[in-house]
Design a protein around this ligand. Structure first.
Ligand code: FPP
Length: 230
C-alpha cells in the first residue's frame, strides 16, 4: 500500500544549541550542523512529493540571543542561500520567505530578494523559509493590512484572511518539532489549525531521512477528521 505524503509540512528545527553543547562545541557549530540537516531533509521531502515545506529558521524572539549568535545566524543564512541551498532550489523549487523584513541586515535582504526573484517561476514545490517570523506578529500584520485597505467587513472569511498572510499557502498538514520540546512556539498559528503534530526527542542536527520516513508512517496512521465524525 502506498503512503499518503502530506502536501504541506512544517518543521521547527530545534536543538542545535544542545546538540553542540553535548559535544563540547560552541552553539554556532550546532547551527552549522543544523543547516546541513536542513539541506538533506528538504531535498528528501521534495523527492518524496511534499509540495510545500515551511521551516522555522529564525523567530522574532531569536533576536533576544547574544549579538554573536544572531550575527552568526544571519551570515549563515546568507551563505546558505548563496551556496548549498542552491543544489535544492535549482531542482525547480520556488523559495519564499515569511516574516517581517525589519531588523534584517541589508546583505541578507538583498540575498532573499534575489533568491525569490530567481525562483519565482519554479513549480515543482515551494520552500517557505520563516525568517524573523512570529505567528502572532503575522496575525497582527494581517489585521493592519485589512484595516489599511478598508476591506469590507462582510467579505472577511476564514479563507479570505489567507490572502493577507505573509504568503497564501495551503493549510499545514503536518508539523514536526525536534529536540523533545512539546510546544509550537508561535509557528504558523493560522495555518496550523488542523495539522497533525509530531514531536521527536532527537536534536535537529541528528534528524535523519529515516526519521522522516517514520514520521510519514505515523502520519498515515492518524485519523484526520477535521472536526467531522468518523
Ligand atoms: C534552533 O536551535 C535553531 C535555530 C534557532 C536556527 C536554525 C537555523 C538554521 C538551521 C539555518 C536556516 C537558515 C536558512 C536561511 C534556511 P536552538 O538554537 O534553539 O537550539 P537549543 O534549543 O538547543 O538551544
Amino acid at each position: 500500500m502506498s503512503l499518503i505524503i502530506p502536501n504541506h509540512v512544517g518543521i521547527i528545527m530545534d536543538g542545535n544549541g544542545r546538540w553542540a553543547t553535548k559535544r563540547n562545541l560552541n552553539r554556532s557549530q550546532g547551527h552549522l550542523a543544523g543547516s546541513e540537516t536542513l539541506i538533506d531533509i528538504a531535498e528528501y521531502c521534495f523527492n518524496k512529493g511534499v509540495k510545500v515545506l515551511s521551516v522555522f529558521a529564525f523567530s522574532t524572539e531569536n533576536f533576544k540571543r547574544s549579538k554573536d549568535e544572531v550575527d552568526f545566524l544571519m551570515d549563515l543564512s546568507i551563505k546558505l542561500l548563496k551556496g548549498k541551498l542552491k543544489k535544492i532550489i535549482n531542482n525547480n523549487i520556488k523559495v519564499i520567505f515569511s516574516g517581517r523584513k525589519d531588523r534584517l541586515p541589508e546583505q541578507l535582504l538583498k540575498t532573499m530578494t534575489k533568491v525569490e526573484k530567481e525562483t519565482v517561476n519554479n513549480d515543482k514545490a515551494i520552500l517557505n523559509i520563516c525568517f524573523n517570523y512570529g505567528g502572532r506578529s503575522e496575525i497582527v500584520d494581517v489585521i493592519k493590512n485589512i484595516v489599511n485597505k478598508q476591506v469590507d467587513i462582510n467579505s472577511i472569511t476564514e479563507d479570505s484572511i489567507k490572502k493577507y498572510l505573509y504568503n497564501d499557502l495551503p493549510d499545514l498538514d503536518l508539523v514536526i518539532r525536534t529536540s523533545g520540546e512539546y510546544r509550537i512556539s508561535n509557528f504558523m498559528l493560522y495555518q496550523m489549525a488542523y495539522a497533525e503534530l509530531y514531536f521527536i526527542d532527537t536534536y535537529w542536527p541528528d534528524f535523519k531521512k529515516e526519521d522522516f520516513d517514520q514520521v510519514i508512517i505515523e502520519y498515515n496512521q492518524r485519523d484526520r477528521r477535521f472536526g467531522n465524525v468518523k
